[in-house]
Design a protein around this ligand. Sequence first.
Ligand code: ATP
Ligand code: MG
Length: 894
Amino acid sequence: MTASAPLTTAQIREKYLQFFESKGHLRLPAHSLIAPDPTTLFTVAGMQPFKPQFMGAPARFEGHAGEHKRVTTAQKCLRVGDIENVGRTLRHCSLLEMLGNFSFGDYFKREALTWAWEFLTSPEWMGMDRDRLYATIYEDDQEAFEIWTQEIGLPEDHILRFGADENFWPADAPASGPNGPCGPCSEIFYDRGPAYGDDTWQDYAQTRESARFLEIWNNVFPQFDRQEPQPDGTPTLVDLPFKNIDTGMGLERIASVVQDVFDFYSNDVFSPLIARVAELSGHPYEGVRSVSHRVVAEHIRSVSMVIADGVTLSNTGRGYTVRKILRRASRHAYLLGLREPVLHSLVPLVVEKMGGAYPELVQNQSRIEAAVRTEEERFLKTLESGTQRLDALLGTLEKGGTLSGEDAFTLYDTYGFPIDLTKEIAEEYGVTVDEAGYAESLERAQELARAGSKYGKSELFGGAEHALDGLNPTEFVGYDALDTQGQVLTLLAGGESVEQLQSGDEGQVVLDRTPFYAEGGGEVGDIGLLDWAGGEAVVRDTRKTPKGVFLHTVEVLRGTLKSGDTVRALVDPARQATERHHTATHLLQAALRAVLGDTVRQAGSLVAPDRLRFDYTHAAALTPDELSRIELLVNRWITADSPVNWQTMPIAEARAQGATALFGEKYGDVVRVVTVEQGVPYGATTVTSKELCGGAHVTRTGEIGSFVIVSDENVAAGVRRLEALAGEAAVTWVRTQLQGVQRAAALLNTSPDALGSRIESLQASQRAAEKELAGLRRQLTQAQLGGGQASAATRDLGGYRVAALRLSGIEGNELRGAADTLLEQSKADLVVIASDRGLVVKASKDAVARGVHAGQLVGKLAAAAGGKGGGRPDMAQAGIQDPDAALSALDTAF
Ligand code: ATP
Ligand code: MG
């Protein structure tokens, strides 16, 4: 390595991309962390956005003319499976940056390996010591062996051969599939030297785990098409016409090698974060506690990145993963003794270190900080009580024991303790958690929750996939038509395909073509009727499978529906109301951006016949003025009666036309664009609407009729939710509100617009009345105590001087105040005051010292008076029914 200061992480990233540019690669920006395809929640590898190209799609990329068969990227990845490794191993992050070079049917193994070698060893690039580099290859990959040994000159004893489990991708492809492109890989390792471990490279063949030999780069060679195996089970791997290259190098790992730091938490990105955690907690980064420093530093980086990509914290899917990561960090901060929210204060450091390469961090900094802070505050509250509860539970178990699934679930349910956190804490006690039991409890709870909703997803598709295999995507004709003929292709009942559905049966119907819109893009599925000679069925919902097969959930009302029948499919007129709400949602989004600024982004939506809901990113609550401007703008657009058009076009063209897309959503090559043809003026600008959308819309904005916003509330940090109504629903809502206000005004004898001031004056007079009442009560008490004369009533009972008094109409504070006054005036040892609203006993200090107990005395007196009570030795009270009985009981109480 060179003698000058080691390269920074940012410099290494840049050098890598430059190196491959110099080898004819196109540099492309990173994809969002939201996975480009539905196989994973998050992007997990650099190759993922290029799956279509590996499968033979043209290597064309937005914004770049022509084909590009060589591409290089630095791809942020989130590996949920590695979350628990963070802090424990020194080579796993949950968020990693993967540097990759890709070939789509262009160069192959020879170039990939020799370039990797050149990049790592050339003094111009990384300048690594060649003697410290090692490689693994697939056992049968003689070609890779020869390139390594003969062309590159890697000594044979620097190479290990492994089977498919280590060096083939996908790992089980040769033996058991799946069919499709697959191939061997070759991993490059770096020997960090004996200071990191005294194992040898040959040991690695057995251990496959080493602190000394660090895997830095994986080179995958998708070169085979796996086809049906031979009858005897022998795998069939046929050469692909196009051979591809897919490589991935962990930036964090190579940075730690180049910077020669023991673990990558000491590299230039993490060390300031680690230092800050040490400073905040007062615990230096060393010993067993260092796990917590690492977890906090690593996780806050992941969380910031994911939030920057538009994920909001929630209890499902991606949002739940982020919450889980954040809570794990929070718990480790807690372990370091930090009891106040601190994670949010680390966000600026993350932005400083990573914002250059990922500007979305800079743009969203305040939103990230706010989201982190809110979650931390919430979690810290439950953490405190949950930890105590868990410690108590674990304290009762022996080392090696098991925490019940039920208990683990209660911790989750009541304290929001994620199961992995429980496991981690339990592990510290040497206790395991019954995870199967936990899963059962969770399942049961979810079932209960689902019982309310009619169609669980699993219910709809459950077991039905195979019955739908081989069906073409349904032809959807419902943008223009609401009443068409279709042929029944398949019928399902209880997830199984059936020949017919009879009167009274419930099931699903697949047609060749349909006007029914299937739930998607926030819009609900259509309802309606199927009608055929001799029969009729209601359609209660419409969904579609990921492959585009529409399922109409029906109940047959009369007759029998058979496969092959022709039916008339009739969408319920409620669809028109849905369309009004859908177009209104587009107008609303445009109006929001006009009034609040372009940073507003859609974060989710629901479009139904009776309402619309629109979630959007914005930090502050909308002012009444903003709300009314937005509402007015939409209504002006409605009055302008602009035509609404839709059109399909290549995605690049849609983007070029500036169509609004849902952030992080994956679109196909051809998209549908919905355009409101005429804009409306707002200040000096014109507000327009053009969105990528597959939903159903009105053909002119005038059809929407009217629009009213009914609520705007906070749903998550930085995310707000507007609910609004269009058409008749809007008019009905306004009328109902108005009637409520008018009724209130009538009751208060005023007009609706004066209602506020009328209520204010009523509140003021009520406060005055309460004050006066309190004054009167005090006077009443004083009057009944009768100045100093009350002392005359003292009696001697059981050796104590007792002043007893019967009052009426006073309670609570007044009663206790009266007892104080009486005790002082009468100089008695004990005072007893009974009123029709309560009983109080007070004893002097002196009497308490001599053994009197007001609490016990009150108990006896109250028992005689049909009540209950107790208290301290010097003061006690009770609620009673009969004050006179309480006073009579005094005689026998001592
Ligand atoms: P490991 O066995 O160490 O978990 P892997 O086999 O999961 O690695 P690949 O899926 O081949 O790794 O990913 C390619 C490269 O990405 C690895 O060579 C490594 O440099 C890096 N990498 C993988 N997982 C992580 C992680 N969790 N943190 C940091 N870098 C990683
Ligand atoms: Mg791994």
